[in-house]
Write a protein that binds this ligand. Sequence first.
Ligand code: ATP
Ligand code: MN
Length: 470
Amino acid sequence: MTRTRIVHVLESTQIGGRFTVMGWVRTKRDAKGGFSFLEVNDGSCLRNLQVIAEQTLENYDTVVRKCHTGSAIRVTGVLAESPGKGQRVELHAEEVELLGWADPETYPLQKKRHSFEFLRTIAHLRPRTNTFGAVARVRNAVSRAIHEFFQERGFLYLHTPIISGSDCEGAGEMFRVTTLDLGRIPKKGDEVDFSRDFFGVPANLTVSGQLEAEIYALALGDVYTFGPTFRAENSNTARHLAEFWMVEPEMAFCDLGGNIDLAVAFLKFIFAYVLEHCEEDMAFFNRFIDPTVLQTLDDLVAQDFEVLSYTEGIDLLSKSKEPFEFPVAWGADLQSEHERYLCEKVFGGPVILVDYPKEIKAFYMKMNEDGKTVRAMDVLVPKIGEIIGGSQREDDHDTLLGRMRETGLDPADYWWYLDLRKYGSVPHSGFGLGFERLIQFITGLSNIRDVIPFPRTPGNLGFRTGPQER
Ligand code: ATP
Ligand code: MN
């Protein structure tokens, strides 16, 4: 069964050539004059191929008459210029075969536009819609661009563990991994006896590959990870998932300035790549999801990113007359309303905030000379807020040890991390980019659940839970 992908048929100049395509019928329309129009999609591109099936076809009654929206078919036909509006070419069927019938009475995807909420309840069928097909193709293109960007710059792709023994940053935000029988948990006094668990110690799903990436950066120079991360934070927002993908470059011999430069070059590369390689899907998002996405990406490729300190950011926010829900004060974490205000109202573009108070950032960020702030950087973008969080890492052994004690971490748990500051320590930096936040920003989709194939959020584990509204 050799088939040609519809994207190639639509681009073909071989008028009169014979092609076999396979795909799913999006719509069928019976026209006067004894023929039917079938709009066929195979996922290779957004557009459908228009197939003309004449009633004179041998199996017209047994096949063409029976296939409806959702049916899978195979068509062999001759490519012709299309007299109709909306497509350059069409396929004149010589043979139509029904591969898999779909009952039009019960097929959940009808011609009308469905709500994203409804589509979330049919994650097994939503990739057959225009929006989710386009999201899947853009995710694929961006993944490829991520590897291209780093590979071209000599970064090494590093695979960091999914199961982690350290509870580094996200104490309380981690998913426990265990083979203990939850009905009969072994105890030693009041405590769980983890010596009887699979690893003999508590284990979690990773919240970040950073600490392991630092190990490899301090041996191989420039590395990056691109893998799944897990956070059990109970934040039911449009920007948080319990399982999401993160890109984390880590660079030896690199300070915060170099880190910022890399983040900016990285984002520009991705946006330019998407504009070049996902033209059709991006035009779709711009037309049906958010009419500003194309202009925004265009601007970002050309624009400079504003860099200012957290302290300057707080000043701007305190002076503003905006009625924020959360108070603004030096020392407090910025909420996404604050981040968005800076991007959307003050600068009209992306903003990079640096030098945050140490109290609201992780223990491993490099201390500034003022003793109050650390060399952190958050990249903020309009509509989303934080898309990247990063820092220069503390490379001084004693300062790091002091920060661990200050933040209540047991240095004994991080003996290996401290070792890296004892043996050949060098300035190094890195950041974490949330892949789904990036895809949200690119596509304009407002809910993060709609930019990942199978979203995991509190109380929602795909097919196992969730309403079945029909
Ligand atoms: P936020 O304050 O928005 O929750 P964070 O400060 O917890 O983010 P980091 O720990 O710095 O985020 O993680 C790096 C990046 O990972 C973030 O900039 C964001 O793009 C992404 N990210 C973080 N948490 C989530 C989540 N729950 N779902 C999806 N992406 C996330
Ligand atoms: Mn978070």
